[in-house]
Design a protein around this ligand. Structure first.
Ligand code: GRF
Length: 197
């Protein structure tokens, strides 16, 4: 049985989908720890209700970035995690965590990377840029996390089609709908070694 850590900053709908899939054996893993850099994240209270270990670590709890990175690494090591799942985590991963867990950190991004990735492309900015460009499709990408934002090997993608009436808001909803299934499926494929990291 693999052990997962989920890193969150916000509402945590991807986190909830992954927790449910673990509980229902659609993912052969257990969620050992949910870590948030935002004390008020809805995701944190959802995880607490589910009696999952939670931890809040941020630049407020640890003002020194190196120390923050070390505490994160130690927390993840203590829980013996096999995979780290970023689910709406809004902070860059530090070098200590990156080198300790190289090739074991996944992220989901709401565009068809490499399009609309990198600095500045987050949240509604992404969907606004896609609609403004008149693209006919967008989607979600699961990729390995390396040093740069939204870089790293692409592991899975799913496409959604835009229509004339789509707004950034409607596109965001469309993509979020497919994210949950794509994340669950991809994590299980990694565990079954059908996707090799
Ligand atoms: C998702 O759109 C994901 O693609 C992006 O952040 C959002 C997280 O949503 N990385 P949630 O917190 O999982 O609901």
């Amino acid at each position: 049985m693999k052990k997962l850590a989920i890193l969150v900053s916000g509402r945590g709908s991807n986190m909830s989908a992954i927790i449910d899939a673990c509980e229902q054996d659609r993912i052969s893993a257990s969620v050992e720890i949910v870590l948030s850099n935002n004390a008020d994240a809805k995701a944190l209270s959802i995880a607490k209700e589910k009696r999952i270990n939670t931890v809040y670590i941020s630049s407020q709890t640890h003002t020194n970035p190196e120390q923050l990175d070390a505490v994160m690494r130690n927390t993840l090591l203590k829980h013996n995690v096999d995979l780290i799942i970023l689910a709406g985590f809004m902070k860059k991963i530090g070098p200590k965590v990156l080198s300790e867990f190289e090739g074991k950190i996944l992220n989901i991004h709401p565009s068809l990377l490499p399009k609309y990735g990198g600095k500045g492309f987050y949240g509604m900015n992404i969907h606004r840029a896609v609609v403004d460009a008149g693209d006919k499709e967008s989607g979600a990408t699961i990729h390995l996390v390396c040093g740069d934002y939204d870089d790293g090997k692409i592991l899975a993608q799913e496409t959604v089609t835009l229509n004339e009436e789509d707004t950034p808001e409607s596109l965001a909803k469309k993509i979020l709908k497919i994210e949950h299934g794509l994340y669950v499926k991809t994590i299980q494929e990694i565990i079954e070694e059908r996707i090799i990291l």
